[in-house]
Design a protein around this ligand. Structure first.
Ligand code: BGC
Length: 733
């Protein structure tokens, strides 16, 4: 439709029809199945929903979706739009977001989103509530598992890659979907790590560290944005005019659709901020929030009242509805409202196999080798291996956001995966050894008990298998019920029962390699003392165990780099590498006790952001810079030589960090990531890796929140991780 035709359509709508477009409902309202991700309030007050409602969330049955569209179009001129949470894959489930970030590979991340769109679009889903780009530096927060880590630059790269992958070049294409960046804003920074809690943050920190990933999505032309549950400096994000209007709409020029999070409209009243839902409705409109997800605030009762009271004008409503119609138009729904309901069968099996191959490759690229003493890994193909731990017979490494259509049926457990490798000729034993958690502990959601209550039997079997093995592979970590929405923890450790088993295994065999499953950075201090090797695989998705075996037996190398700092103790969080300088960072000698520190642990993380080993050894040398002076419109190049000293050809992730030594009246971070490259270096080969530095890369929000660069001294680090110390100096003149 042309803009004029859309306008005509808008003008032909009744007020009820317009308001209906702005309301998003669960299919339950129509007696249909869907996934509930929040409070389900039966009393939502919108008359004759089937004809007026504009969009549906989280419906997973193509035939029923098609039917609903049909029923709807019998009464309405405007097709429904279907939006779902498709977070890290639809049929092919990719590793969770921190693992995707660990790849430091924008092209691969984009490809995962591209594949997801190809799989979900023919299912009838038009938009996904992804990517979630909330910077998270406090690993207690349960939704750390959904974002891309602690770092602004890396998360911004991921945001762009995901949006481009989902949306392609043309939203109306059969295999693209609209992306919805979330949760705007600052949802990842609740002050005590508890999900939904308030965020109090300076304007400067917000702009320097937390907002850029959302902005990167907007710059990549993301179609939608979702507001967040939290308050920002006291004001709910959903009605925070500063973020929603001043920044998002006016500064960044976002003209796409804004949607509330699940019920976050109604929550403004519960937060004691508004006097009535009608007032909330008026505020939402003022904030140019176009769709209200599942709270009914945009029903006739409340929004209608606000209009009647003169608090909302019809022009304001038209403005919101136009953006929604525009999105439907871009998706091509007016031409053919049924065009997307083709069913997954349209994707040939050969294509699906390619998708799985990408997911399998992503497991190696997104897994991080934290330790590898005595080069225990990779395991020889004829070695005797004992696989031990509660994850041994687990064949679902996909997590809760991969509900319903994730390829669980082809998910293998480790035994089945090993058996697919014809070349493995060793002896392999498998024992669960212990449950995921102490089953007597009172948890709201408990994982299943792989020992069926027979703990002594399984423990004895595991110890015996360990005694007889050359290498023990421990499959352990956080059960998936420990992370996700509303699942914050105070103690970010591996459950005690698994650590106890590890100690007993360690007593009989020191050749331990741990495959670590986790949804957040964990405290690995004790584990690191016992394990010779650790590979952090996060939750690696539907190709998880095949990918794990690829790495264990050396078919591939784990080549991920951590997107978070991993603390030594829980009490260290929030912990991140780019803390701003305090003036007390480095007192030595007799005054050292006045240094910024804890008295019971070090300042440094156990494993820093950007860290990761590989099966070969890379040596950095000859760091140099093309000039020690940088002019405002010039460029200088910083380079390093990297030699692959080992016997395997592998890729290294080279990172550029910059430290701004001094700024006018505000402290700057100890350093900041400004670039990275994944380079493949053959065994014995030496390569030069270079990064260009220019003035825009040095800009930041200063004391008065102006985006500027300041003349003076900087340090450039070309480094394997964020705590690497070697740098070269240059001056911005
Ligand atoms: C979550 C969102 C999600 C929405 C819809 C909410 O509870 O915070 O991330 O997209 O539900 O399922």
């Amino acid at each position: 439709m042309t803009k004029n035709e859309l306008k005509e359509l808008l003008n032909s709508l009744t007020l009820e029809e317009k308001i209906g477009q702005m309301f998003q409902a669960l299919p339950h309202i129509f007696g249909e199945q869907g996934a509930i991700t929040g409070i389900f309030d039966e009393k939502i007050e919108v008359d004759d929903l089937i004809s007026v409602v504009g969009s549906i969330l989280n419906m997973y049955d193509t035939e029923r979706m098609k039917n609903l569209q049909k029923q709807h179009l019998e009464k309405s001129k405007i097709p429904l739009i279907f939006m779902n949470d498709i977070i890290h894959g639809f049929n092919t489930i990719f590793p969770i977001s921190p693992a995707l970030a660990s790849t430091f590979d924008a092209e691969l991340i984009k490809e995962t989103a591209r594949i997801t769109a190809k799989e979900v679009a023919p299912f009838g889903v038009n938009a996904t509530y992804s990517p979630m780009v909330d910077i998270s530096r406090d690993a207690r927060w349960g939704r750390v598992c959904e974002g891309y880590g602690e770092d602004t630059y890396l998360s911004s790269v991921c945001a762009k890659a995901m949006v481009e992958g989902y949306q392609g070049d043309d939203l109306s294409a059969d295999d693209t979907i609209a992306a919805c960046v979330k949760h705007f804003a600052l949802y990842g920074a609740p002050y005590d790590g508890r999900d939904y809690n308030n965020v109090d943050m300076s304007e400067r920190m917000m702009r320097n560290d937390y907002l850029p990933p959302y902005k990167a999505a907007v710059d990549a032309k993301v179609a939608m944005i979702m507001t967040s549950f939290n308050t920002i400096n006291g004001v709910p994000a959903t009605i925070n005019k500063h973020t929603n209007i001043d920044i998002l709409r006016n500064e960044w020029g976002f003209d796409g659709v804004s949607i509330t999070d699940y019920g976050s409209g109604k929550a403004c009243y519960s937060a004691g901020v508004t006097e009535s839902h009608a007032e909330t409705a008026a505020l939402l409109i003022e904030n140019k929030v176009d769709i209200d997800m599942m709270s009914g605030v945009y029903g006739m009762k409340h929004l209608g009242k606000a209009i009647k009271n003169g608090d909302v004008s019809v022009e304001q409503i038209d403005d919101c509805v136009m953006r929604i119609l525009d999105l439907k138009n871009k998706l091509g729904l007016f031409e053919d409202p049924y065009r997307y309901f083709k069913g997954s069968a349209v994707i040939p099996e050969a294509e699906r196999a390619k998708h799985r191959a990408v997911a399998r490759k992503t497991v190696s690229e997104g897994s991080t080798l934290l330790k590898n003493d005595d080069k225990l890994l990779p395991i020889k193909k004829d070695a005797k291996v004992a696989f031990i731990g509660p994850f041994v017979y687990e064949n679902d490494l996909t997590t809760h956001w991969s509900q319903i259509h994730g390829e669980r049926e082809i998910g293998l457990n480790v035994k089945e995966a090993v058996e697919t490798f014809g070349e493995l000729t060793g002896e392999y034993s498998y024992s669960v050894g212990c449950p995921y958690i102490n089953m007597n502990e009172a948890y709201e959601d408990k994982p299943n008990d792989p020992c069926n209550g027979e703990y002594e039997k399984y423990e004895a079997e595991a110890i015996k298998n360990a005694e007889n093995a050359d290498v023990v592979v421990m499959l352990m970590g956080e059960p998936s019920v420990f992370f996700g929405e509303s699942r914050s923890r105070t103690d970010i450790t591996i459950p005690q029962v698994q650590m106890e088993l590890l100690k007993k295994i360690h007593a009989v065999n020191k050749n331990i390699a741990v495959i670590l499953f986790n949804g957040r950075p964990l405290v690995l201090t004790e584990l690191s003392e016992m394990a010779k090797s650790i590979i952090d695989v996060w939750y690696p998705g539907s190709q998880g165990y095949l990918g794990i075996c690829d790495m264990l037996f050396g078919y591939t190398s784990p080549s991920g780099r951590l997107p978070f700092c991993f603390p030594r103790k829980s009490g260290q969080v929030p912990l991140y590498y780019s803390n701003i300088l305090t003036g007390h960072d480095n007192y030595e000698g007799q005054f050292s006790k006045y240094t910024l520190r804890y008295i019971d642990t070090l300042n440094t993380p156990l494993y820093p952001f950007g860290f990761g080993l590989s099966y070969t050894d890379f040596e950095y040398s000859n760091l140099r810079i093309s000039s020690d002076k940088l002019t405002k419109d010039g460029t200088i190049t910083v380079s390093v030589d990297i030699e692959n000293k080992g016997e395997r050809s592998e890729s290294e992730t080279v990172q550029l960090y910059i430290k701004d030594e001094r700024a006018k009246l505000v402290s700057r971070p100890t350093k900041e990531l400004k670039g990275f490259k994944r380079v493949f270096i053959k065994a014995g080969e030496k390569k030069t890796v270079s990064f260009e530095i220019n003035e825009p890369m040095l800009r930041f929000y200063d004391k008065d929140c102006n985006f500027v660069s300041e003349k003076g001294k900087f340090h450039a680090f070309v480094a394997p991780h964020s705590y690497y110390e070697k740098s070269v100096e240059f001056e911005l003149i």
